[in-house]
Design a protein. Structure first.
Length: 278
């Protein structure tokens, strides 16, 4: 795990800490949004790691990295993402579809008309190319297949920003911002605005409360990792006992006794494990 000093703005912890900071939060979030969208942004309320729960324990919820609510304006979600596994990239459009659905559902209260739904812009900032065309900017909106020029404004928009993209003609300031976000050092703060942003980033990294929160997140991740390793070892032992026993021609009653003895569990627990590998 990186030290706090080594984090860049494509790391969700740092971008969360920056945009939610009591001094620099709204200012930094506004600069990032204005640079991406090329327009002025109004007063912002920043909600770091906004949760939208599932309808019940059996349905999926989401945790948004940086949820931004513009006063009398739009809703924004900024998602720095470095999950470049093949499966994650393929499912990214459906992930975004679900994000839009949950944000919309959370902002339409009983009695409101559908016309009162606010515009929502979901912004993914990635260190991988989500669509393989080497573009820095991919802007996605719904449209009519048969009549592409037909105006279809449903208020939903998604922007994918690939930090290393070369195709297209994005504004120079956006290119520099995205390069800085992936490599957040003073050497890459090439404009006055980025130097100002870098001073904010540096101050946040030196904030004692942020450092404490990072240490707690590190300890939590380490605990989860250790638990995962222990569970993996246990499952490997369970499977090994059962496979070896069957290879040796042992009956289920003998396997149950062996599971109880080796794992120090009762008969009911042993039966559940045996059923899992039937």
């Amino acid at each position: 795990m990186k030290t706090l000093e080594e984090l860049n703005l494509v790391d969700d912890f740092l971008v969360n800490s920056l945009t939610s900071h009591k001094i620099y939060g709204e200012q930094s979030a506004r600069y990032i949004l204005e640079c991406i969208l090329h327009r002025q942004i109004g007063k912002l309320t920043v909600v770091p790691q906004r949760f939208f729960c599932g309808e019940n324990i059996e349905t999926h919820g989401i945790r948004l990295d940086v949820y931004l609510d513009e006063e009398n304006g739009e809703i924004f979600d900024i998602e720095p993402d470095q999950n470049d596994g093949k499966e994650e990239i393929v499912s990214l459009p459906r992930r975004v579809r679900f994000y839009h659905a949950k944000i919309d559902a959370g902002n339409l209260t009983a009695g409101d008309t559908y016309g009162s739904l606010r515009n929502v812009i979901v912004i993914f900032i990635t260190t991988y190319d989500p669509f393989g065309l080497n573009r820095m900017v991919y802007t996605i909106k719904n449209c009519c297949i048969e009549v592409p020029e037909l105006e279809y404004e449903d208020g939903a928009q998604t922007i994918f920003l690939y930090t290393r993209g070369r195709e297209g003609n994005p504004p120079e300031e956006l290119k520099q911002l995205l390069h800085y976000m992936e490599h957040s050092s003073i050497e890459n703060a090439s404009t006055e605005n980025l130097k100002k942003l870098h001073r904010m980033v540096t101050a946040v990294k030196r904030d004692g409360e942020v450092g404490l929160a990072y240490m707690k997140s590190f300890e939590r991740e380490e605990r989860i990792r250790r638990q995962g390793e222990e569970e993996g070892k246990k499952e490997g032992l369970e499977e090994g006992i059962i496979k070896l026993s069957r290879k040796l021609g042992k009956e289920d009653t003998e396997i149950l006794s062996l599971l109880q003895e080796e794992l120090q569990i009762d008969e009911e627990q042993a039966k559940l494990i045996l059923e899992k590998y039937q």
